[in-house]
Design a protein around this ligand. Structure first.
Ligand code: AHR
Length: 342
């Protein structure tokens, strides 16, 4: 009997990752429903495809930032390096497009479904459909807010709350604990926008002279970052802004233009900290216009396909895989840019 091209025996073996004998497992599985479960230790293994090639469906958010483009490139090139057939879908920032793509991956009977969710909520129904199909789900970059953690096998990505804390710690250090902050938030409802705000606020809570006086979404894009910063500067609070905290480098780069057009010196009149660590942020630091970037590594391809291959080999994988990241200030930029890969 085949389940999705996956033999019943293989499927049962996938359930038995924790050292139980296959025979015992088969007996146990017969007693229970045949429905496979996704989870760190009981995830269904990918299918035995006729071509022998693993087929992975990946739904990407879009191409809103340099970070996102580097992320896409990392995933596509790693799939190619490993001989994995990648079915890639660009959702153009829309959750409904991601849901459609995920449903089409189910129909195409891919071995693994991976995606970076544009927002945190609203995934439960489609993830239940995937679970019923028996295809394992890997989340990359952003998390989902679901009541059943077994709806996905693993989440690979940065700790966004910690990134927000790092940005705030830099503000404390650079300003002596006194700042009027303008904040450019990421996409509303997205995990990085929620968590980076939370981490930043957590740290400044104990520094009463650091205040967020303006806060709005710049949707993670340069154009919107510039537009929102222009509005901040023209408003009554504009002259009071001493620090800009942008949830990504692209918005900071757009805001730098707005600050210059307003006749101010970015990096001097208004100190700027942002998140990602893309090459253009290093260029801006070398030019003295950006003060600090908190790294968020987009090169997730190797970790994603390590997880895909581990599933194929029926090896257990961690439920949470956190990427390692640093913080770069202006003084380090000229040296550090030499090693930047994105
Ligand atoms: O989810 C990661 C964030 O999404 C990056 O910080 C931002 O640049 C991107 O668009």
């Amino acid at each position: 009997m085949q389940t999705h091209g996956l033999t019943r025996r293989t499927l049962l073996a996938a359930f038995c990752l924790v050292g139980v004998s296959l025979a015992a497992c088969e007996k146990k599985a017969e007693e229970k429903s045949a429905e496979p479960k996704a989870g760190a230790t009981d995830a269904p293994a990918p299918n035995d495809t006729p071509s022998g090639k693993l087929r992975v469906g990946f739904s990407q958010i879009g191409a809103e930032s340099d970070w996102r483009r580097a992320n896409t490139e990392s995933i596509k090139s790693e799939a190619q390096n490993r001989g994995v057939e990648l079915i890639f879908a660009d959702a153009q920032q829309k959750q409904e497009n991601q849901i459609k793509a995920i449903r089409s991956f189910i129909q195409q009977k891919v071995d693994v479904i991976a995606f970076s969710p544009v927002v945190e909520t609203g995934w439960e129904p489609v993830l239940k459909e995937v679970k019923e199909s028996g295809i394992p789900v890997i989340l990359t970059d952003r998390a989902v807010d679901v009541s059943d953690p077994n709806l996905f096998v693993t989440f690979i990505g940065a700790d966004f709350v910690e990134e927000g804390r790092r940005a705030a710690n830099w503000v404390v250090k650079a300003t002596g604990g006194k700042a009027m902050v303008a904040e450019l938030q990421g996409t509303p409802g997205s995990a990085p926008a929620i968590d980076r705000k939370r981490g930043f606020e957590e740290v400044i809570k104990s520094h009463p002279e650091i205040k967020i006086i303006k806060s709005q979404s710049g949707e993670f894009t340069r154009a919107k970052g510039k537009e929102v910063m222009e509005t901040f500067l023209k408003g009554g609070d504009g002259p009071r802004i001493t620090v800009l905290y942008a949830h990504n480098d692209d918005m900071a780069l757009g805001a730098i233009q707005a600050i210059e057009e307003a006749g101010k010196k970015p990096g001097v009149d208004i100190k700027i900290v942002s998140i990602d660590g893309v090459r253009a942020a290093f260029d801006a630091m070398i030019a003295g216009k950006l003060n600090c970037t908190v790294e968020c590594n987009p090169l997730l391809g190797p970790q994603l396909f390590d997880a895909v291959e581990a599933l194929a080999a029926k090896k257990p994988i961690e439920k949470r895989i956190v990427t390692k990241e640093g913080v770069f200030e202006q003084a380090q930029a000229a040296e550090a840019i030499k090693a930047r890969q994105y």
